[in-house]
Design a protein around this ligand. Structure first.
Ligand code: DX5
Ligand code: ZN
Length: 220
């Protein structure tokens, strides 16, 4: 089984104090830093772009886990690689040529991830799993933090875990949206090993404790 990793979502940060908050999450056991880029077109919200990804990637030693919720992300891969991304995840619904986009990410020397919205069937991403390092299962409608976890997305994780085993593939499975200490174990039991958490970690008063609590719950 893969190591369980916490990827706190910077969307829940107080950006004027992000360095301190990310350090607290790191002290609590976080290994990745989830960076949600939104363009106001693919999703109905705008978050931040390359300058913020660059500053936050530089201010810590965490793996920079960039989630692009933007239309035709292939246009910006070079920019986010330059900004310090270690993993770049794109949405299957957002790319005209999904394979070319994932190949481009890998050609730049970073890990390639694919994501799907709750209403998108997992079969839509199957043709690309052979070139994915990570699969990000959305457990809320992408666009906003603080939404309710959709437990009915867990069969997607189970499918992805079984598919990897049957086909000799080695991607990580990540769950994003509404993840907390209450459902972290369910995510892991369903096959996920990377847990993205915004409000339940960086949105808390005591961030270190919240990160620790989530990881303890995840490990069961
Ligand atoms: C939603 C983003 C998530 C979000 C998670 O579109 O992809 O990463 O920040 O936030 P919480 O954990 O609060 O649902
Ligand atoms: Zn995200």
């Amino acid at each position: 089984m893969k190591k369980i990793k916490l990827s706190p979502s910077a969307l829940a940060c107080d950006f004027s104090n992000a360095g301190v908050q990310i350090k607290a999450a790191t002290d609590g056991g976080a290994e990745y830093l989830h960076l949600d880029v939104m363009d106001g077109i693919f999703v109905p919200n705008i978050s931040f772009g390359q300058p913020v990804v660059k500053s936050l990637s530089k201010c810590c030693d965490l793996v920079s886990d960039v989630h692009l919720m933007i239309t035709e992300p292939i246009r910006y891969i070079d920019d986010f690689v330059k900004a310090g991304a270690d993993i770049i995840t794109v949405h299957v619904e957002a790319c005209e040529d999904v394979r070319a986009t994932l190949e481009k990410i890998r050609e730049c020397g970073v890990k390639a991830g694919i994501s799907l919205k709750p209403k998108t069937d997992v079969s839509e991403i199957v043709p690309y799993l052979d070139i994915c390092d990570l699969v990000l299962v959305m457990s809320v409608e992408p666009g906003f933090g603080g939404q309710r976890f959709m437990a009915d997305m867990m069969p997607k994780c189970e499918f992805l875990r079984d598919y990897a085993k049957q086909n000799g593939l080695d991607y990580e499975i990540s769950v994003d949206g509404g993840v907390s200490a209450e459902n972290a174990r369910l995510c892991v039991e369903s096959g996920a090993n990377v847990l993205v958490a915004g409000s339940s970690v960086l949105g808390k008063e005591n961030i270190k404790e919240a990160a620790e609590k989530l990881l303890i719950a995840a490990r069961g």
